[in-house]
Ligand binder design. Structure first.
Ligand SMILES: [Zn+2]
Length: 401
């Protein structure tokens, strides 16, 4: 084989390796504050005819989650439009063939809809998708497993069960890379008739800090359906706000530059369950030789209250960060008390520094369960029926006086 021929074969391989997501993942860039992922669902004609131009004017990237079975119908994209979006550098994401509630379908049916979309893209000269948008935000373990098997790297949901997500929009939660599973990336804000002012978007922008990323969900500009529609004026104002706020606006695919997408939680639901628990705010110590501890219960859910707590006191911050309470570990104490809990651990010396933190368990919220049980996976609902622990509070220094 000639040197030229070898080079002709090997060079593209090296280039393909250098630009593959895996190569990025090895050394992700630091995540800037106000990093925003922009997504558009349901293959509306406006994706190409209105949105694309506005995004290009601002230098923004985006993911268009296309439902392939809807392409070519009235007020939807044509395959020509989809290909042009792809050629403009935007990402085409998989939003299934027929947009069903997959909780009611078999694993084989889910697989068939994912690969059916992939085949339609290949037929029309469009790159195979690597991101999936759950239709109606219905997800479960089977779907996550199948997407992983089929070479997908990310998937986007709404924000339930942690934050109420509805058809007419809403404020969700920021994506926490390294914590959230890349196949369960939550939405931070959905534009819809219920959220037509600028506040929700501003909240979502401000949530994107300290390594967190906000994913925005839009539908048509305007949409076929009024509840999830965004007017052209509103959309232009939104994009201007992202610009004025100094946001970096990317597609789901671009996440691979910032996030090691191969890093996954030990359980895909663990981060979700962790957010469903109650948590402590304003942890305070009465710093005497025999201190006492207080906090306030907080929750994202209005009907929650504290039913148990666990306090850890440690001789170093490092021990506490490993959840080691070498001086005092109360274990789970079933109690609604949150004021002046007296210390009952090992003897404390006046000149030493100590550290403490607390976590809280909430009661299951029946109203919330009733609301979500029709469209959240049964396996997640059964967990939500239990009293759940929230995350530990930040370690607080205990200086005795
Ligand atoms: Zn949809």
């Amino acid at each position: 084989m000639s040197l030229q021929r070898t080079a002709a074969i090997v060079l593209p391989l090296i280039i393909a390796f250098l630009f593959s997501p895996a190569a990025h993942a090895a050394d992700p860039k630091p995540i800037p504050d106000k990093l925003i992922v922009l997504t558009f669902d349901d293959a509306n004609a406006s994706d190409y005819h209105t949105v694309a131009l506005i995004l290009k004017q601002h230098g923004f990237n985006a993911t268009f989650y296309v439902t392939s079975g809807w392409v070519g119908s009235e007020k939807r994209l044509t395959w020509d439009d989809v290909r042009k979006l792809h050629e403009l550098g935007f990402e085409i994401g998989n939003h299934s063939v027929t947009h069903p509630n997959f909780l009611d379908r078999s694993e084989d049916q889910f697989r068939a809809e994912v690969t059916g979309f992939d085949q339609a893209c290949i037929q029309h000269g469009i790159l195979k998708a690597t991101s999936f948008g759950y239709p109606g935000s219905h997800f479960d373990r089977r779907m996550v497993r199948v997407l992983n098997e089929l070479g997908y790297t990310t998937a986007r949901r709404g924000s339930d069960p942690e934050a109420q997500w509805s058809d007419d929009g809403g404020i969700g939660i920021a994506y926490e890379p390294g914590l959230d599973d890349p196949f369960l990336v939550p939405g931070a804000f959905t534009r819809g008739s219920g959220f037509a002012d600028s506040q929700g978007l501003l909240d979502a922008i401000n949530m994107a800090n300290n390594g967190k990323i906000s994913v925005l969900i839009y539908h048509g500009v305007p949409d076929l359906f009024p509840h999830c529609s965004t007017s052209v004026e509103r959309f232009k104002a939104d994009m201007q706000m992202l610009k004025d706020q100094g946001c970096t606006v990317i597609s789901m695919r671009d996440l691979s530059s910032y996030v090691d997408l191969t890093k996954r939680p030990r359980d895909i639901y663990a981060p979700i369950i962790n957010r469903l628990g109650g948590f402590a705010v304003n942890p305070e110590t009465n710093a005497k030789r025999n201190p006492s501890f207080s906090w306030t219960f907080a929750s994202r859910k209005t009907n929650h209250s504290q039913v148990a707590y666990q306090i850890l006191v440690a001789s170093s911050k490092q021990k506490l960060e490993r959840d080691e309470g070498d001086l005092w570990d109360t274990g789970k104490v079933n109690s609604v008390e949150s004021k002046n809990i007296a210390y009952r651990g090992k003897r404390l010396e006046k000149n030493n520094d100590y550290w403490w933190k607390v976590r809280l368990w909430n009661q299951p919220d029946q109203k919330e369960l009733d609301r979500v049980s029709k469209w959240i996976a049964a396996e997640l609902i059964s967990t939500m029926r239990k009293s759940l622990p929230g995350p530990y509070s930040q370690p607080v220094k205990l200086e005795l006086n």
